[in-house]
Design a protein around this ligand. Structure first.
Ligand SMILES: [Zn+2]
Length: 397
């Protein structure tokens, strides 16, 4: 099945300051003992819809909910059988109709709000790394994608021996594998085409990592030809024998990713703790983290296990607050209630600020004394002029 893409999320994040309702539905589609958990999709959604309807005061809102719900049921019921869950979004007035088949489990729920409820998708996006793997050797370049813990082959390019006169001549003369002696791997047209292929896939898929397997002189030549933004995400995975096949690649990839992620978590946590001790360049809690993001000063967001962080958004000036305050601090307009974590992850995605979702034990070690969310900040001119020290919390939570 098609994994969730960055585009899926962007479509849903693209509706600022609308007042009409969006129905967001998540359905757990896992089947156990031949039965779908919780029963039939339509029955589940109708029941949830009845509860939601009771909470809506205006007749107009109820009518648009009924219409949206019918459509959501159609979308959810038509989900491909391989999916483990589905997320459907329907806003009649704003013309939003989007469905995402999910390769991960979700809790069934229905949310009616002025904005699509995208928190489960954002959390998953930042939890499971998306990875492109390339197995490169003298004979071919094989590409694999890994989404939601599953590795699948996506493309391969095999060297056309008949076209490669230099290789044939070389073999005839020496009887050796050509690549060990090839003087200039950088100018090998086959490897150049392989690098182009890797770059094209890497650009299309929003991958966190590009793991390259193969003999090091060959992988080095390929990596040198990758554009800088792709090369920055490359992890060298060592050599894999072609005979190991898909299972071999999947296993090795798993091990490489576990190592890379553990190293990343260690580095970020060390940095966090160092800054905590020195008391600078740190946003602590939802309020400070949202301030930092809205001021473009966040360089890394850390998120603990809590998902229900109360927040507010000002419909007039658009400012977002990490606490459920009733009135905008800047323009005194009555605010709307939002989930502060959803706002944090939306802003982080827009600004391409990396997000680290911490496991309970790691989070308890470093995040326990705040609202389970924090950010590392970059130094900037405003910051250094203010004379250092912790970011002042402008609004107390
Ligand atoms: Zn305001």
């Amino acid at each position: 099945m098609m994994p969730m893409t960055r585009r899926d999320l962007e479509i849903l994040l693209d509706h600022p300051d609308r007042r009409d309702y969006v129905v967001s539905a998540y359905v757990d589609l896992r089947v156990t003992d031949g039965f779908r958990r919780g029963g039939d999709v339509e029955t589940i959604l109708r029941n949830l819809g009845r509860e939601a309807r009771a909470s809506l005061a205006e007749a107009k809102a109820r009518k648009s909910l009924d219409e949206a719900l019918d459509d959501v049921i159609r979308m959810a019921s038509a989900t491909e059988p391989a999916a483990r869950g589905v997320a459907c979004f329907r806003g009649i007035e704003r013309g939003l109709r989007h469905v995402v088949a999910l390769d991960f489990a979700v809790a069934t729920r229905l949310v009616i709000d002025e904005e699509p409820f995208v928190l489960p998708l954002l959390v998953q996006w930042y939890t499971a790394p998306r990875c492109l793997a390339a197995q490169v050797d003298s004979h071919g370049v094989r590409l694999y994608e890994r989404y939601g813990g599953v590795t699948e082959p996506v493309a391969s390019r095999i060297r056309d021996v008949a076209d490669d006169a230099s290789r044939l001549n070389f073999k005839r003369q020496n009887g050796h594998e050509w690549h060990e002696h090839l003087s200039d791997l950088d100018h090998d047209p086959f490897l150049r085409a392989g690098a182009e292929e890797i770059a094209a896939w890497a650009r299309g898929g929003a991958f966190d990592w590009v793991v390259v397997f193969g003999p090091s002189p060959i992988t080095a030549a390929v990596v040198r030809r990758l554009p800088r933004e792709v090369a920055a995400r490359v992890v060298e995975g060592g050599s894999i024998d072609r005979s190991e096949g898909l299972d071999g690649v999947a296993q090795r990839l798993e091990a490489v990713l576990a190592e890379v992620q553990a190293r990343q978590v260690r580095q970020v946590l060390e940095e966090f703790q160092g800054r905590w001790k020195e008391g600078h360049l740190l946003a602590d809690g939802a309020t400070e983290t949202l301030d930092a993001l809205q001021q473009g000063r966040a360089e890394q967001v850390l998120v603990g296990p809590r998902r229900d962080l109360g927040g507010a958004r000002c419909p007039a000036c658009g400012y977002r607050f990490g606490a459920p305050i009733g009135q905008c601090v800047y323009c005194q307009t009555p605010t709307r209630t939002v989930n502060a974590l959803q706002e944090i992850l939306r802003l982080a995605m827009r600004q391409q600020v990396p997000v680290l979702i911490l496991e309970d034990a790691e989070a308890a070690r470093v995040l326990s004394r705040n609202g389970q969310v924090a950010a590392l900040l970059r130094a900037d001119l405003n910051w250094s002029r203010s004379g250092g020290g912790r970011v002042p919390a402008r609004f107390s939570a």
